[in-house]
Design a protein around this ligand. Sequence first.
Ligand code: BTN
Length: 256
Amino acid sequence: MATLFIGQTKVFLPETDSTNSYAIELLKNVNAIEGTVVHTNKQTQGKGQRGNGWIAEPEQNATLSIILRPDFLSSKKAFYLSKITALALHDVLTEILNDSQFDIKIKWPNDILVNRKKIAGVLIENSILNDSLQWCVVGIGLNINQEDFGALKQATSIRLLNKKTCNVESVIDTLFMHFEKWYLRLKRSEFAVIDETYLTHLFGTKALNTFEKDGKQFRATVKGVNETGLLLLETESKEIRTFDVKDVTFIYPASA
Ligand code: BTN
């Protein structure tokens, strides 16, 4: 595989509760090296954002966690790990969904949408020591061959879009390549290119969308993300407001 360190050490588990939880245990119990990937075919208690779960049909999808030791990054810049993960997923999908009809977007903070439906989710867990990131677990769920998402109407997969089965291992290898490319850019402090590319692919910058804060809905346009990862929104009254991921919900865009 054409990477230097991402995925060069792999822990494959036929079944586990959560690859993120397993990776965190690995970090606590053995000196897991940077780039180690924990990968499973069957995740029974996948963790999602905001305490939600992540359900993925066994053997059909990518459910994996990448262990990083980004001690070069100050904790104030931790959101860059979310940005590069979203950009790596964007690049993988651009390569595999080789068709201009697919509108691939990053929904803040790091969901990936294709034609307004969610195809991938990311859960990053990290440990901070003396203001720098001691370790980081990047958990990625990417829908590859799953066709039925039950009640989740706003979900899609590579197979549903491309209308053919896709080799899960080769998608994962492509993901490792793009992830390593973006991680190395981050290591070289190429913040401007990361910021610009992230903004280019950000969903909701062209039109008003619905958001919810404290049970109240409002309409706003996405203006960008600040250095610490706060979302900048322009409300209908042209006021610019910043929001933390804990405080605001991006109401799922209705399908086009
Ligand atoms: C989201 O809510 O969108 C984030 C979902 C993240 C799911 C992935 S699957 C692999 C890794 N292990 C977990 O328990 N969660 C992440």
